[in-house]
Design a protein around this ligand. Structure first.
Ligand code: HEC
Length: 160
């Protein structure tokens, strides 16, 4: 009888400990989830503003036939597009992203071939695609065009 009581007490103590442990872990999970929910995530518009800058720089790099810089700007555009895919999964507009792929491929070949004519036609295709996607996603009021003047006065686009 004494042993049975001791055994029951033992089981109670062990299971209470486990329950406390589970509660403790749950509290930690809840607090981490809370922190995750509040983590800063760049928005669709922020990625677009970054793409806007690189679209513009890309044009002047291509005009200057600075293919290394043009290639770098393509990398920056790709990073921003990847960012949308990763961080803006809640935005249905992200589903329209693949429409930009043909223009990106065409620009990449123009840069690899150092071909100014192909660069120009590919850049026109890219710019039209920006606007086509803005139409498709009801942002047709954001109109993109081939830039007239370099965006920044503190960057050199000519090859040094
Ligand atoms: C997947 C479709 C899609 C493609 C492709 C696309 N955009 Fe956008 N763009 C959007 C959407 C959606 C918004 C509105 C974002 C928001 O909610 O802030 C936007 C907004 C913008 C804005 C306004 C940003 C602001 O906050 O002022 C600019 C500038 C822009 N895009 C530039 C471009 C350029 C340049 C390209 C092409 C190189 C491009 N976009 C390609 C969908 C697209």
């Amino acid at each position: 009888m004494k042993w049975t009581i001791l055994f029951v007490l033992f089981v109670i103590v062990i299971s209470c400990g486990q329950q406390n442990n589970t509660q403790h872990l749950q509290t930690q999970i809840d607090s981490l989830q809370n922190k995750l929910d509040k983590t800063y995530k760049p928005g669709f518009g922020e990625f677009m503003s970054s793409i806007q800058v690189h679209h513009e720089k890309l044009w002047f790099a291509g005009q200057a036939q600075n293919w290394k810089l043009a290639d770098f700007e393509m990398g920056e555009i790709k990073e921003a597009l990847d960012g949308i895919r990763e961080y803006n999964t809640d935005r249905p507009e992200a589903a329209s992203l693949p429409m930009i792929d043909p223009a990106i491929d065409s620009l990449n070949s123009a840069i690899a071939q150092k071909n100014p004519q192909l660069f120009k036609s590919s850049f026109v295709l890219l710019t039209n695609t920006c606007n086509n996607c803005h139409h498709a996603t009801k942002h047709e009021f954001n109109v993109i065009k081939i830039p007239d003047t370099p965006p920044f006065s503190n960057q050199v686009f000519k090859m040094q």
